[in-house]
Unconditional design. Sequence first.
Length: 299
Amino acid sequence: MSNIPIHERRNWLGASEVAALFGASPFTTRFELWHQKAGNIPPHDLDGDERVNAGRFLEPAIAAWASDKWEWPLANVREYLSHPKVSRMGASLDFEVTGDGEPVEIKNVDNLIFRDGEWETDGDVIVDAPMHYLIQVQHQLACRPDAGRGWLIPCVGGNRLYRMEVPRHDGLIRRIETEVAGFWESIEANRPPEPDFDTDAAAISQLYGGNGNEVIDLSDDERMRALCLAYKAAGEQEKAARKAKSAALAEIKTLMQDARCAFGPEGFCVKASHIKEGTSTRQAHWRFSVNQRKQESAQ
């Protein structure tokens, strides 16, 4: 684990963050990352994240399992690696291959995510992995210039272990180094990236909370007019959709009557869960969920 405190990580760009610079991170956008590092919005609370905390306990056990399974000497890495040339580019390794210094990145992966995601396997060997993980390992290799390869070790569903060799890719490493250097230069010059309003809504809400005292007049702004009309129309559609959803569920209940679960056509499944909101049984109610299972293709 990193020996750099959470409050100081804003001054570094780490391997788990770099995929955002390529639009490949499922967790953070470039716009959000820029404003986090610039100090305009708070970083994600990693210490309060249950999955991150679980990893701190599970990673040593997974590493011990991998070491035993493949007769592979692995060592914990405590120091934070800094890039030899690119300022404020660093990496915190989970483990490394003893003697070789090859980075080993351990992932605890949910079975459904593994099955439906970007993972491809051949036996217990990973032949393809999600892009943000591959970029992460190349970033680590950039901070370990003498290592010729890195490794991904996913533990899937708590009972299956795989590994993937990730050869050093000098072209991608140069691209990562260029992007990281340019990222910090843009912060120094106060040049934030343009937001993507579909993916950056949460970050924009943090950035502009309406806490100021100024009143501005945008009554002649045509874009403001178009956006307000679009917002109003979407609200009306949302209201109609909620009404249609409620009516559909009401009719589903008449078909199910007192059944706890019902299977429908095309893989649909409706379940009722008992929710108790207080100490009195009169406060209990039923919550219904409607899900559709993936259909297996015919052989």
